[in-house]
Design a protein around this ligand. Structure first.
Ligand code: ADP
Ligand code: ADP
Length: 224
């Protein structure tokens, strides 16, 4: 689905990592762990072509990202649902409008209504659909962000600290939604520094744990 091949990246001339490789195989479920500042968010942004590798190759759905024009990148990105760390809602639009936004922007308004109702109930936000984002709790915001990430039926879900700022019960609920998406065949990559949430995974989920530290990406094994 997505492949980083010997990629280097640094912000403002400071190298974060070099010659780093990562493969998101179809249907895989992976965690990206590592200390704060290690470059997890940066690595995720490379995966969804929000940043361009400074060296090495990024392949999105079999295509070399460096050969894609703006439209090509936009097309690929439609197949990737991103849950941003800070959710990035438009505060004057309702929760329902925020979740439907990717469909509205793509001009697929007619599909929005049906998909939306189903999605709202899946994440348990039916009663909150008319509220504004600033009125939501942390857990509600994260569930709304997840709903918005999947409304375009992406093949890949990339989530940056989806369980940050929520209590344990809500973390479990969010994780089970992500597991459910993976069971539906979606490729999932989750950045988190919450090792407890990884340990809480049921043994029937085939998850891989990667660790990014000092510019090196290592496999921490399937169980910690
Ligand atoms: P986390 O460690 O929870 O993943 P972030 O990835 O949001 O946190 O940020 C890590 C560090 O990167 C923080 O010190 C933050 O200030 C810095 N940072 C994030 N985005 C930017 C940016 N656009 N410009 C400068 N610094 C940034
Ligand atoms: P993590 O998600 O693991 O906390 P980040 O990828 O957010 O790590 O950040 C890694 C490093 O890169 C940090 O030192 C951060 O300050 C820096 N950084 C992140 N984003 C930017 C940016 N847009 N501009 C400048 N520096 C950044």
């Amino acid at each position: 689905m997505i492949e980083l091949d010997n990629v280097s990246y640094g912000h403002n001339g400071t190298a974060l990592f070099s010659q780093l490789s990562l493969t998101l195989a179809p249907g895989s479920f992976q965690f990206l762990t590592g200390p704060s500042g290690a470059g997890k968010t940066t690595l995720l942004r490379l995966c969804y072509a929000d940043l361009r590798a400074q060296k090495g190759k990024t392949r999105l759905f079999g295509q070399d990202a460096s050969t894609l024009d703006r439209d090509g990148v936009a097309m690929s990105r439609r197949r990737i649902g991103v849950v941003h760390q800070d959710c990035q809602f438009i505060d004057h639009l309702s929760v329902a409008e925020n979740i439907a936004l990717p469909l509205t922007v793509a001009g697929r308004v007619s599909e929005a209504a049906g998909n939306l109702k189903e999605l709202l109930s899946w994440v348990g936000l039916g009663p909150q659909s008319g509220r504004l984002p600033p009125e939501l709790s942390g857990g509600e915001r994260q569930r709304a962000a997840l709903a918005r990430a999947v409304i375009m039926s992406p093949d890949v879900i990339i989530a940056d600290e989806p369980t940050g700022n929520v209590d344990w019960e809500m973390s479990q609920r969010l994780l089970s939604l992500l597991v459910e998406l993976n069971r539906m065949g979606k490729t999932v990559l989750i950045a988190t520094h919450d090792l407890n949430i990884i340990r809480s995974l049921k043994s029937d989920v085939d998850a891989r744990v990667l660790r990014l530290k000092d510019g090196q990406l290592t496999t921490a094994g399937s169980v910690l």
